[in-house]
Design a protein around this ligand. Sequence first.
Ligand SMILES: Cc1cc2nc3c(=O)[nH]c(=O)nc-3n(C[C@H](O)[C@H](O)[C@H](O)COP(=O)(O)OP(=O)(O)OC[C@H]3O[C@@H](n4cnc5c(N)ncnc54)[C@H](O)[C@@H]3O)c2cc1C
Length: 463
Amino acid sequence: MKVAIIGGGISGLSSAFHVKRLAREKGQNVEVALFEEAATVGGKISTERRDGFVIERGPDSILKRKPEALELIKYLGLEADLVSNQTGQSYILKEDQLHPIPEGSVMGVPTRIRSLLDSELLSMDGKIRVLNEYFIPQLPDFEDMSVGEFFKARLGEEVVDHIISPLLSGIYAGDIYKLSLQIALPQFIAIEKQYGSLIKGLSQTASKKKTSQFATLTGGLQELVSTLEQALKKDGVAIYTGTCVEAVGKEEQGYSLELSTGETMTADHLIFCVPHRVTESLLPDADYLHREHAAPDTSVATIAMTFNQEDVQMEKEGTGFVVSRREPKAITASTWTHMKWAHAAPKGKAIIRCYVGKAGDDQIINQSDEALVQIALQDLKGVVAIKGQPDLTVVTRWPQAMPQYAVGHRQWLAAIRQRLALDYPNVYLAGASYDGVGIPDCIKQAKEAAEQIITTKETEISR
Ligand SMILES: Cc1cc2nc3c(=O)[nH]c(=O)nc-3n(C[C@H](O)[C@H](O)[C@H](O)COP(=O)(O)OP(=O)(O)OC[C@H]3O[C@@H](n4cnc5c(N)ncnc54)[C@H](O)[C@@H]3O)c2cc1C
C-alpha cells in the first residue's frame, strides 16, 4: 500500500509519522511519500538561531492541555529538551496603558469578582453588565454562532472588545463576530448549557493556581521538525522537498499526482495537509469543497527585535501584551520573549516580538522590513522605553496564513468529508484549515487520518 502526503508542515510530517508507527505496530508494510513545495519541511514552524538567540519566525509555543504534541515529542525522545513558559503577568493595551488581564479570567471571561472590580479595563457600566451574566437566562438552543455574538449576549460588548477579542485575535487574527464558537471555544457552549452562566461554571471549574500552560523545545520548535524529518527518513519515508503537487488525478485504482518536477507518482491513499484553497485547486471537480462567502485566510507578520537588556525598560513586569480591539495601533500583540522563555536570549539580552496583520488590515505585511520594524517600535513607545535601535531584526511574513473558521464550520467540514469519502475514497483532509489551528490540533488530525488509513487496510485484508 502506498500513502502520499501533500504538504510538509507539522500536519504532513506527523501524518507520515503516525502512518508509519501504526503500520509498524500492526506489522504492515506501507510505503509513504511526502511532497513539499518549499525547499525545506516545517511549513509555518521555523526557528532562527543566531548569536545565542532562539528566534521563532512562526509559532513559539505548544498548548500543554491538548496532549497530541507532547505525545509526539515523547515518541521522538525529545522530552529532555521540553521547557515550560514562565508565568509572568500579561497585559492588554488600552488607551496607551497596560492593564493586567484580570486574575483568574479564562479566555477573558472573569471568574473572580474582586479582580474584575479592580480592573481598569472596563467602565463601571461594563463591569455591572459582566456581573449581570449570572442572571441572564441560558441562550436558546443553538448549534453554532459567532464567538463575538455569544460573549456579547452573555457578558456585554465592552468585555468582548477590550478583553476577549484581543486575546483571541492572537490565535486567529480574525473578526470574532465571524469566528465559529463551536470550533474556537466549544467548551464555553458546554459550560453555558451545564451551569446556565459562564461565570458560575468557570468559577467552579477553572484552576485557581497560575500554572504554565505552554511548552517549547530548547532548540526552538524547529527541533521538533528536524527530529521528525530524521525519524521519517530513517523509517524509509520518501521526502520530496522543492516539489509542488500540481494536479491530482483519479485512476482506476488509487490516484496519480503530477509534480512540478515533471514526474507522475501514484498512491492508494492521499492525505491533503495543505491550506484548503490548495486542496480545492487540486480537486477541481469537487466544487462542493468551495465555501461561499467564507472570509479569506488572513496574512500576518512577526517582527522580532533583539536588544541589550539595559537598553529596554518595560513599563511593567511581565511577558507581553495584546492590543484592545478599539486601540488605534498597527501591532496586535507583543511578546517579551526573553521574559516568557528563559532559553531564548543570552544573559543580558532581550527579544521583543511584535505581530501585525488582522482581518481587514492584513495588507500591512507588504511593507518593507525596515518599515515594519519602525511601526513596531512606534507602537511600543509609551509602554516599553527603548534606547536606540535593535541590534538584530527578523521580519517574517505569513501570507494567507490564518484560516478563518466561519460560523457553521464544523457542519460544513462534516458535509465535505462525507462527499469526499464517496467521490474520492481514501482521501483525507488534515491541518490548520480544518479542525483547529494549533500545533496539537494539527497533529491530532494527522493521527486520526493515519488511524483511518491503517484501519481501512485491516478491513480490506479481512474481507
Ligand atoms: C505567526 C504565527 C504564529 C503562530 N503561533 C502558534 C503558536 O504559538 N502555537 C500554535 O500551536 N500554533 C501557532 N500558529 C499556528 C500553527 O503554526 C499552524 O496552524 C500550523 O503550523 C499549521 O501546520 P500545517 O501543517 O497544517 O500547515 P503549514 O505549516 O502551512 O504547512 C503546509 C505546507 O504545505 C506546503 N504546500 C502548499 N501547497 C503545496 C503543494 N501544492 N504541493 C506541496 N506542498 C504544498 C506548504 O509549502 C507548507 O509547507 C501560529 C501561526 C502563525 C502564522
